[in-house]
Design a binder for this molecule. Structure first.
Ligand code: PMP
Length: 363
């Protein structure tokens, strides 16, 4: 009887202990990935098919780059390349840098970032807030110029003992991160019903890794890439020719390229389309106003591409289209979401002047 009672007491204690368990994440790193898929309603009302946004702003670092930062750093740790106190170095338009800085803080590494002068002031301040040392390099020099952010990062890597250069444009782990997480998540979230993937291409890691996984599940899924006017990717995809004449300055950060990254698997991409700075900016603002989705410039670019692909007849009533929205709108407060900036770019014409003036100052 006595024995039975003590067993009962132990079980009771264990049960109470279980009930009192604290449901906390060990760190922000546990929240990377498993982002939601959100149905688009009003903005796609006139387009044939069903449209779903994979909203990467739900990552703790507010962008899709959290996935690659964690994956690459943990792989380097597993291989013994990265040891406590070492330095992580990267070139970045901002998002990868922020994610790397965030992971570095948690894991105890120093972080040095070479960024393009095209990056917004907000982004640069954010990197510095996350403890990174930032080098701002001129945007409109060729990739092989010694001042380009690629070459500055390479030089810093050579000069810094115990440093690891992430090199996302030429790192296969960038693709792997999406093959292992973004692809399976989309497949599972759509119950295998996805017919089209629309994704921006910069390093190409997101589109290549996600597409590789999805095409292995169903080779009929169409992979539709998004490129910028001023970038070489679309022409290279179509002709395998690198055409310098395609390169000129443009505003969208993180989309398109002036070189061919090995992290882009052109074979898994069916088609590219180019989008303009102006239309992408307006579409980003439209996503906030019609869907309540405050997402970044390239999310606007991605949905602008959806509109253009729809015009080309890519979709029908049965299409289930997933669009990857790479980051959060708060990163573009001094750009796309600033009326002054839109005006300076000449993006407010007489038709939508009203949109610019939707503010009243009471004195
Ligand atoms: N959007 C934004 C805002 C980005 O920073 C990037 C990364 N350069 C991309 C899209 C493109 O993603 P990826 O590099 O994986 O092609």
């Amino acid at each position: 009887m006595l024995v039975k009672h003590s067993i009962l007491e132990t079980l009771k204690k264990q049960y109470l202990h279980m009930k009192e368990e604290i449901k906390a994440y060990n760190s922000v790193l546990d929240l990377i990935g498993n982002t939601p898929l959100i149905k688009l309603n009003k903005i796609s009302a006139d387009l044939p098919g069903n449209f779903y946004a994979k909203v990467e702003a739900f990552n703790p670092g507010h962008s899709t780059k959290d996935r690659i930062a964690l994956c690459i750093i943990e792989e380097a740790e597993r291989k013994g390349i990265l040891k406590p106190g070492d330095t992580i170095i990267e070139t970045t338009s901002g998002n990868t840098g922020f994610s790397l800085a965030m992971v570095s803080i948690i894991k105890g590494y120093d972080c040095i970032l070479a960024v393009s002068s095209k990056s917004s002031k907000d982004k640069i301040d954010m990197l510095r807030s996350m403890g990174a040392k930032v080098y701002v390099c001129p945007a409109h020099v060729s990739a092989d110029d010694e001042r380009s952010y690629y070459n500055v990062a390479k030089r810093l890597h050579e000069e810094t003992k115990g440093s690891v250069y992430i090199n996302q444009y030429f790192n296969e782990l960038n693709v792997d991160a999406h093959y292992k997480s973004t692809g399976p998540e989309i497949w599972e979230q759509t119950g295998g019903q996805i017919t089209h993937l629309v994704a921006c291409s910069g390093t190409g890691g997101t589109i290549s890794g996600t597409a590789r996984f999805l095409k292995e599940q169903n080779p009929n899924i169409k992979i539709l890439g998004v490129d910028a006017f001023g970038s070489v990717l679309k022409k290279y995809h179509e002709t395998k020719e690198f055409d310098n004449a395609e390169i000129y300055p443009y505003r969208i950060e993180g989309l398109g390229k002036n070189l061919i990254p090995t992290a882009t698997d052109f074979d898994v991409i069916d088609k590219f389309i180019k989008v303009s700075d102006e239309e992408s900016a307006h579409t980003a603002r439209e996503l906030a106003k019609k869907e309540g989705l405050f997402v970044g410039y390239t999310s606007g670019a991605a949905f602008q591409a959806v509109k253009q692909y729809a015009e080309e007849g890519e979709f029908d009533a049965n299409s289930k289209v997933v669009i990857i929205f790479p980051d959060h709108g708060s990163r573009y407060m001094s750009k796309v979401f600033s009326d002054e900036w839109m005006n300076e770019q000449g993006f407010f014409d007489s038709v939508n002047q009203e949109e610019a003036l939707k503010i009243e100052i009471i004195k």
